[in-house]
Design a protein around this ligand. Structure first.
Ligand code: SAM
Length: 273
């Protein structure tokens, strides 16, 4: 299958209500901390792979009255993003259904381009960055925050549950994605010809009882859902018995007063020369 045929059907996370809750939990203030100090009123900003727009609306607030454009290949997500912008009164935000490797914008349109957990999924990283560079002005900023599956964890858990993170990574790879993209961002930005490349890292932290309940619900409602189990077993990445065992361990983890979890991310800023 060539990259040109990559569609919503190839996107590992899918668009279920359970996974949407994970995205709804995000905001620019919590998930684009590394970028916000570089934003200023009046800038034009592209959020590519914006999903339901929960980070996007905070970016819209930061650059208002500058124009913010969000784009995602999945119409249902764009509808959610439009609703989020309308209810927040972000009239500087416009949303489009489209592919990040074929952006519907002229050359040199934006001061800033941002994405969050998107390069993890798109097969051809360099083709995407080339296209993003095309629409960003010379001297403009490109920013991305992406997951590092192998550095993410739930604790305390038996060793067997670590295989669940590996299976998630293998599933993303089977769909031609990059489960460790957060680690590879700096090298990818340098390879794409960006200058002044600055890489850092951060965690989404799940420590309070509310956080633990939230991560548990996403793990059970999304990762252990029949759709994901079917995909993983179809690719031969895990058996039904392993998923059943992981369910038991995740249930135990949730009831453990010492339960703690982190999702690891790499984040990077680069200048379009
Ligand atoms: C994990 S979600 C992240 C959404 C949002 N950035 C966030 O962090 O809340 C990844 C999004 O990228 C979109 N996506 C993946 N590949 C794409 C492509 N080639 N063109 C446009 N959107 C794409 C998916 O539809 C999905 O909404």
């Amino acid at each position: 299958m060539s990259d040109a045929t990559y569609t919503s059907a190839d996107y590992t996370m899918g668009y279920s209500e359970e996974f949407r809750q994970m995205l709804e939990w995000r905001s620019a203030e919590s998930h684009a901390t590394y970028l916000l100090p570089h934003l200023a009123p009046g800038q034009s900003l592209l959020d590519f792979g914006c999903g339901p727009g929960t980070i996007t609306v905070g970016l819209a607030r930061a650059v208002a009255p500058g124009a913010l454009h969000g784009i995602d290949m999945e119409e249902s997500q764009i509808e959610l993003a439009r609703a989020a912008a309308a209810s927040g009164g972000h009239d500087n935000a416009t949303f489009h259904v489209g592919d990040v490797t074929r952006l519907p914008f002229d050359d040199d349109t934006f001061d800033v381009a941002h994405c969050h957990t998107v390069l993890t999924h798109v097969p051809d990283t360099q083709a995407t960055l080339r296209e993003v560079r095309r629409v960003v002005k010379a001297g403009g900023l490109i920013a991305s925050r992406e997951m590092i599956a192998e550095a993410s964890f739930m604790s305390p858990v038996p060793e067997s549950l670590e295989g669940a993170w590996e299976t998630l990574g293998n599933l993303i790879s089977a769909n031609r994605g990059h489960p460790q993209m957060g680690k590879e961002l700096k090298a990818s930005f340098v390879e794409a010809g960006l200058s002044d490349v600055r890489a850092s890292a951060s965690f989404d932290v799940f420590g309070t009882p509310k956080d633990i309940a939230f991560l548990y619900n996403v793990a059970v409602g999304w990762f252990l859902s029949p759709e994901v189990v079917e995909a993983a077993t179809k690719y031969g990445l895990a058996t039904q018995e392993q998923f059943d065992e992981w369910r038991r361990h995740i249930d135990e983890w949730k009831g453990d007063p010492g339960a703690f979890g982190c999702i690891a991310f790499g984040q990077c800023l680069g200048t379009n020369p």
